[in-house]
Ligand binder design. Structure first.
Ligand SMILES: [Zn+2]
Length: 385
């Protein structure tokens, strides 16, 4: 079965020319040659191939004083498409994007509680099918499907090994979807995908080492070093939610005690505010945030305390990875105005050196709730570029 156009992109020169165009467009052939060190005839030959493959197109924007106008090259935005899937425990989101991440179609489906593994796979394929139908004849130009899955993912086999929120084990996502659709399928952990989406589409080109931390119902992260996501020896690199910060703490969904996740998620916010004296029924993290906005002192105190715990974990991560940038996302960060001052304070008190105390770059997710699904699309694009 034909699996997209990845096979076309084997040459190193071709990859670097395509990337040069992506990052520096509009750009002339001469400029590409100058900046990549690839000879002019080779650039011309490869650009010809790229144009033929609908990856690059010529524009007429170039200006010159007299003589011939230089022809500038652009990425052919709608030459190809990718499918991004955010496979969450509560909902499935699927988008079709073009080569620069513009979302053409978006479908969304709630997932019922207690769904079986097989029904979940069927649901995934159903929502993907809707988006492919939306693309209609352009589905011939789809390069691949990227799936951002909650829980631990085995990258090589595209299998979800374990997801604590749904209890899924050994879910063969890649095998199932590749059986149904004629495209390559790449499966990645959702927090890694979120981080990669921000890196690829956001303003992170210069970040040599980036850690993205997603704090919501659970806690996950993605670590990017020199432009590449790190997975580790057993695919659990970045499982920072299960970093133990209080060995005498409460039991975590993973079975350990005092994991970072038990102290900073939405549930942790609720536990904290109850501990501080709230007694009303049906407390949610959203209610706590709303109360904090209304200047409820206990709500503000509870969020500040969670902010401190977020800061403690980040200090640990600074000491292990020392990233150029730290990106924070996920639902809990919606309360950022109450959390960030405490996070910054803890880092300024506890990071090891003066430079690391003062010069840590913490930024908030720009793509917000779309980061994960766009990250899933970006993971497919990354294989092309
Ligand atoms: Zn844990």
């Amino acid at each position: 079965m034909l699996r997209g156009t990845f096979q076309l992109m084997k040459s190193v020169n071709k990859t670097s020319i395509l990337n040069k165009i992506r990052l520096a467009e509009p750009i002339s052939r001469a400029q590409i040659s100058k900046e990549t060190g690839i000879t002019a005839p080779t650039v011309s030959a490869i650009v010809k191939e790229l144009i033929k493959e609908d990856l690059v197109e010529e524009s007429v924007l170039g200006k010159s004083k007299g003589g011939r106008k230089p022809t500038l090259l652009l990425l052919k935005r709608d030459g190809h498409f990718v499918i991004g899937v955010d496979a969450g425990s509560n909902s499935i989101r699927v988008v079709a994007t073009n080569l620069v991440g513009d979302v053409l179609y978006h479908r969304h489906q709630a997932v019922s509680k207690g769904i079986s593994q097989n029904d979940y796979l069927v649901e995934l394929s159903r929502v993907i099918k809707w988006v492919l139908d939306d693309l209609s004849e352009r589905q011939d130009k789809v390069l691949g499907i990227g799936v951002a899955m909650h829980g631990v993912v085995r990258i090589a086999s595209g299998e979800a090994l374990y997801a604590s929120s749904t209890g899924f084990r050994h879910l063969p996502i890649k095998a199932f979807l590749e059986e149904l659709f004629p495209y390559p399928v790449i499966v990645e952990n959702n927090s890694r995908a979120m981080t990669f989406g921000e890196y690829w589409f956001g303003n992170f080109d210069d970040a040599k080492t980036l850690i993205g931390i997603s704090i919501g119902r659970g806690v996950g992260s993605g670590i990017i070093i020199n432009g590449r996501l790190r997975h580790g020896a057993q695919d659990i690199a970045g499982e920072v939610g299960h970093m133990v910060v209080d060995y005498q703490g409460i039991k975590c969904s993973c079975g350990n005690y005092g994991c970072w996740e038990t102290l900073i998620t939405g549930d942790a916010i609720v536990r904290q505010v109850i501990k501080m004296g709230w007694s009303e029924p049906d407390i949610t993290p959203e209610k706590v945030y709303q109360a904090a906005l209304d200047r409820d002192p206990l709500a503000i105190k509870a969020l500040a305390s969670v902010g401190r715990m977020i800061g403690i974990g980040i200090v640990n991560l600074i000491h292990i990875i020392n990233p150029d940038q730290i990106l924070l996302g996920g639902g809990v960060m919606n309360s950022q105005e109450f959390l960030m001052p405490e996070i910054r304070k803890v880092i300024s008190e506890r990071a090891l050196t003066e430079k690391s105390r003062l010069e840590n770059h913490i930024v908030l997710s720009q793509l917000k709730e779309k980061a994960t699904v766009l990250g899933a699309a970006a993971i497919v694009l990354k294989d092309l570029f």
